[in-house]
Unconditional design. Structure first.
Length: 399
């Protein structure tokens, strides 16, 4: 059997990267998120997947807009009509006032066929109608220390570990996979080890013995924390929300069993390219606009610009400030079929006149002045300053 696990969907996120679509009057990023979700649904239809899991944070905000609620509801209804079991784990963005309510309570109350929402820890045996081929999922929705009535992380981990052992004891056969919305010890972001905030519970890898895999939401970059014994991974968020995600590839996880073997495969999602482009024109004496366009042309040779979202950051000197034509740059980006240029930001770089180490209070004033003039690039200006300055210094000596 096959199961697809999709990371945090965050419908309503990333609006700062989008613009208003003239036809639907929606932010284009909401449309992008919708299209990416549809891609996953189409994949499941084409590959006979009957169980679908979302790791939490369905919406970006705890009080989503009507357009976001309507769009997601349509998708859940479609999944129900297709006969695909949809399992939704509650994430921190789904909680309102520490789980007194969630943004997707309405789905539970509607009791749509094959739609399951997990606000509490629970385990489910999933099959395709053949009970001899089962995958057991243990769902771990987001919890804080306060929600667990614990003061320390160790107390919270012990409580969750006891509950996990209880769920495992109730499973008689088939692989066991935990899907949750927690931070894990040893999580890396670049070269930095992430740590949870004061109220967050951080789970150690040692508590997952006896499982075949641990798949977490919550952390947006896809990351494999441990390759085996068991596999421990963040599937990653469904889409890119900001320029901090620009270099992150996005995936969903396909879990497949065959003859008691279990396989995991990360499938790449077709999300929009996002580029945060820096162009240094601070030392350029020619047309900075032409220099920027040449830089972007070279960038396009190495990167996919069709349908991309870009932000341009240009370092420029004071003399060239008024030579920059942003409209020409935007027109060139349009030729490259860029979807949206969020901003063209300029930063003026001034040349700082550094003090020479040989110029001190003990050196002769005239000699120090001559040495200082070595910092002046314009020869004619330097000579004029030397003549005038030397005359003034000599006259002051005489008086």
């Amino acid at each position: 059997m096959k199961v697809v696990i999709l990371g945090d969907t965050h419908f309503g996120g990333g609006y700062s990267l989008g613009k208003i679509d003239s036809h639907r009057q929606l932010n284009t990023r909401l449309i992008d998120f919708s299209n990416t979700f549809n891609y996953v649904v189409d994949y499941m239809i084409d590959n006979g997947v009957r169980h679908f899991i979302i790791t939490g944070d369905v919406f970006e905000y705890r009080r989503p807009q009507a357009s976001e609620l309507s769009l997601f509801s349509e998708k859940i209804y479609r999944l129900s009509e297709l006969g695909i079991h949809t399992h939704i784990v509650i994430g921190n963005h789904d909680l309102i006032q520490e789980q007194r309510a969630t943004t997707i309570d309405v789905l539970r109350r509607l009791k749509l066929p094959k739609v399951h929402v997990y606000a509490d820890i629970d385990s489910v045996a999933c099959d395709d109608g053949d009970t001899s081929d089962i995958i057991n999922f243990i769902f771990f929705p987001f919890r804080t220390k306060r929600m667990l009535d614990c003061k320390t992380n160790d107390e919270a981990v012990n409580r969750l570990s006891d509950r996990l052992r209880y769920e495992i004891r109730g499973i008689s056969k088939g692989p066991k996979i935990l899907v949750g919305h927690f931070m894990l010890q040893g999580t890396m972001l670049g070269n930095t080890v992430l740590e949870g905030h004061g109220g967050e519970v951080v789970l150690p890898q040692s508590m997952f013995k006896g499982l075949d895999a641990v798949v977490m939401g919550h952390i947006h970059p896809h990351q494999i924390v441990k390759k085996s014994g068991p596999l421990i991974t963040y599937v990653g968020s469904m889409e890119r929300k900001d320029f901090g995600d620009a270099k992150d590839h996005k995936y969903f996880l396909l879990v497949e069993t065959c003859n008691e073997d279990i396989a995991f495969k990360f499938e790449k999602l077709p999300v929009r390219p996002v580029y945060d482009i820096t162009i240094d024109q601070s030392l350029v004496k020619e047309s900075v606009t032409n220099g920027c366009i040449r830089f972007l042309r070279d960038h396009a040779k190495r990167n996919e610009m069709l349908g991309a979202i870009v932000r341009i950051n240009i370092f420029i000197n004071e003399k060239s400030l008024y030579d920059l034509d942003k409209d020409m740059i935007r027109a060139f980006l349009k030729k490259l079929n860029v979807h949206n240029c969020v901003n063209i930001h300029t930063q003026v770089v001034t040349k700082r006149q550094l003090r020479k180490s040989t110029i001190t209070e003990r050196i002769d004033p005239l000699k120090s002045f001559i040495e200082y003039l070595d910092l002046v690039e314009d020869r004619q200006m330097r000579e004029q300053m030397r003549q005038v300055g030397s005359k003034i210094i000599k006259e002051r000596r005489v008086t």
